[in-house]
Design a protein around this ligand. Structure first.
Ligand code: MD3
Ligand code: FE
Length: 217
């Protein structure tokens, strides 16, 4: 049965350098959920405030640095501004999953410094943006979706290019590298539905290689 469904959602190259691996994380889902629980016990989910107001997705991070936002901008810090503690280490299960997944998509030698964990409640989303705070343009971003579905849109290298919309489901993985590393993308507001492991929530993990010179305290 599982193979039957898998054959309906084959792995797909969405754009040059961008690989969609539907359901690839399902065998690791319980380890990924456990890692989210462990990380968020030390570095709780919070809503960063940007110049545009509070973000609707709650976030936390693990690894040698974590993504941080405040009204003055975005950066990667070694410590969690909310607790003053170092971001928790990246659990081995997460690191190994990310390295194996990147290799599966054709990116050998991936060395993620950070995993950003986004949590979306119903109504939360993420506006169209590029990820360009990492200073490692040659390294891909590995993203994993868990829980309720999301409508994800991605375009080209300029903001106004036409967008493709795909439905990201529990266990779906996307690897964004090469010519797609700086593609514009966003997440529509999450609909109110139910998932047995996450209730109404969606989680997204993004693994990122980051230039050490950009780490802030
Ligand atoms: C394309 N997260 O955290 S994952 C983000 O579902 C972010 O939480 C979304 O965008 C989420 O920055 C989308 C898919 C994704 C992640 C990183 C990318 C697509 C990307 C980096 C470059 C190009
Ligand atoms: Fe992004």
């Amino acid at each position: 049965m599982e193979d039957l469904f898998a054959s309906l959602r084959p792995r797909t190259v969405l754009a040059e350098g961008a690989v969609w691996l539907p359901g690839f994380a399902l065998p690791d889902a319980s380890a990924l959920h456990q890692a989210i629980t462990d990380v968020s016990a030390i570095a709780p989910f919070r809503h960063f405030h940007t110049r545009m107001g509070p973000m609707s997705a709650a976030m936390t991070s693990c690894g040698a640095c974590g993504w941080t936002a405040d009204p003055s901008g975005y950066r990667y810090t070694r410590t969690d501004p909310q607790t003053g503690l170092f971001w928790p280490a990246m659990p081995d299960a997460l690191r190994h999953f990310a390295v194996r997944t990147a290799a599966e998509a054709g990116y050998d030698g991936f060395d993620p410094a950070s995993c950003l964990i986004n949590r979306y409640a119903p109504g939360a989303g993420m506006g169209l943006h590029q990820d360009r705070d990492e200073g490692r343009p040659e390294a891909p971003v590995v993203s994993v979706s868990l829980g309720v579905p999301a409508r994800f849109s991605f375009g080209g290298l300029t903001r106004n290019e036409p967008k493709r919309i795909i439905e990201l489901l529990d266990g779906d993985v996307m690897v964004w590298g090469g010519a797609s590393r700086f593609a514009w993308h966003g997440v529509s507001r999450i609909r109110e539905t139910f998932h047995p492991q996450t209730g109404a929530m969606r989680y997204n993990l993004t693994f990122r290689a980051i230039n050490v010179a950009l780490f802030r305290p």
